[in-house]
Design a protein. Structure first.
Length: 377
């Protein structure tokens, strides 16, 4: 069962948490080193909720002073809760169709119920085939609703989804034809590169994955103070990725390494490991001895690796189609990659995500990467 294993309070009273199962030598996945790069928090929390049925309430809520939403601004938490409510209160027609498309009954295709895509909640979605199925009642005949449906369909189509709409009376009176149309559409929509979705662990149990399961440890947000202010640095103006006690800490080695200048976004702090956030990670590493570490950043679209991580970096590169590089291209004194990968020989990956696309478009490849790390090697 996933739980909060460790926690700490920041200067502003926000929580940093380590989520996972007890045990050493697990992969460690960290989101949001830099507060202006919120994608990691969203992707980790979404993964915990979907893969482990771990509601966000299983983790401590931010302090009352915090301005941080449970999910970053790109996602409306009200929609998340609405989707959960809709899954628990399906219409009669939705229940009928779900009984025929669940558990990969049609062409081994995985469908999900009441899933959020952007600003919309879709009745049924196959992410691997990019198919959305909507069931419409009589209210969808009204002009105002027709316009909303057309707007939704146009947006989904622009994102590469095929939208199928059926009237409720088709489910009740002509289900065989509905299922045939779904099957034909599946055959017209080949799975995205990488094949069907990985089998998903639910409620802390690994379904059909046997002893390969190696549940990672997660720190959804290492820099909640910076995220609350949408700044790269923490509340003390320190770039956490320049604050680790490395041999090159505090050394200016290039234009992007002005780590001794408090006026820049790369300030490394008054001393190595001076920050609560940095010490929290160091303590986690010493206590749990992670087998490897993945951190989520933006925006360079590269799989950067340190230490003995080239092989896993190349596998991640195949999934997300970013190049695997042993150097980010500029000096990073006091960086996490140097501290863990270079100086402690822990395989360490810095996954620089594309910030130009909606974060929901990163869900499928990043989830596959998380799944890859959860398999024992």
């Amino acid at each position: 069962m996933l739980k909060t294993l460790e926690s700490a309070k920041t200067e502003l009273g926000n929580s940093i948490e380590l989520i996972g199962e007890d045990g050493k030598n697990r992969p460690l996945i960290i989101g949001v080193f830099h507060g202006d790069e919120p994608q990691g928090k969203y992707l980790i929390e979404k993964y915990l909720e979907e893969r482990y049925s771990c509601p966000l309430t299983c983790m401590s809520a931010p302090s009352s002073e915090s301005e941080i939403p449970v999910l970053p601004p790109v996602e409306d938490i009200k929609l998340v809760r609405l989707a959960q409510n809709l899954r628990n209160n399906m219409t009669k027609e939705e229940v009928i169709l779900w009984q025929h498309i669940r558990n990969r009954q049609i062409e081994n295709t995985k469908f999900r119920r009441q899933q959020q895509i952007g600003a919309y909640i879709c009745d049924f979605v196959s992410f691997e085939r990019r198919i959305v199925i909507e069931l419409d009642g009589g209210q969808h005949n009204q002009n105002s609703q027709l316009l909303k449906d057309e707007t939704m369909d146009a947006w989904l189509t622009s994102k590469g989804y095929k939208v199928l709409r059926f009237w409720n009376n088709e489910i009740n009176n002509n289900l065989e034809n509905v299922l045939l149309k779904i099957r034909n559409t599946i055959l017209e929509c080949p799975p995205l590169e990488g094949g069907p979705e990985f089998l998903i662990p639910r409620r802390g149990k690994m379904e059909e994955r046997g002893d390969k399961a190696n549940t990672p440890l997660f720190i959804p947000c290492l820099n909640p103070d910076g995220m609350s202010k949408n700044t790269r640095t923490n509340s003390n103006g320190v770039d956490l990725n320049r604050n680790f006690p490395t041999k090159n800490w505090g050394k200016n080695e290039g234009d992007n390494a002005t780590c001794d200048d408090e006026t820049t976004n790369y300030y490394g702090g008054k001393s190595p490991a001076s920050e609560i956030e940095t010490r929290f990670v160091i303590d986690v590493i010493e206590k749990y001895s992670p087998s490897m570490i993945l951190t989520l950043h933006a925006p360079y679209k590269v799989v950067n690796y340190d230490g003995p991580a080239k092989e896993i970096a190349e596998k991640i590169s195949e999934i997300i189609r970013y190049p695997a590089e042993g150097s980010i291209g500029y000096p990073t004194p006091g960086s996490f990659g140097t501290y863990c990968g270079v100086e402690r020989n822990i395989p360490t990956i810095t996954l620089e995500l594309d910030e130009e696309i909606p974060v929901e478009e990163l869900v499928q490849p990043v989830f596959k990467i998380f799944d890859l790390l959860s398999e024992k090697v």
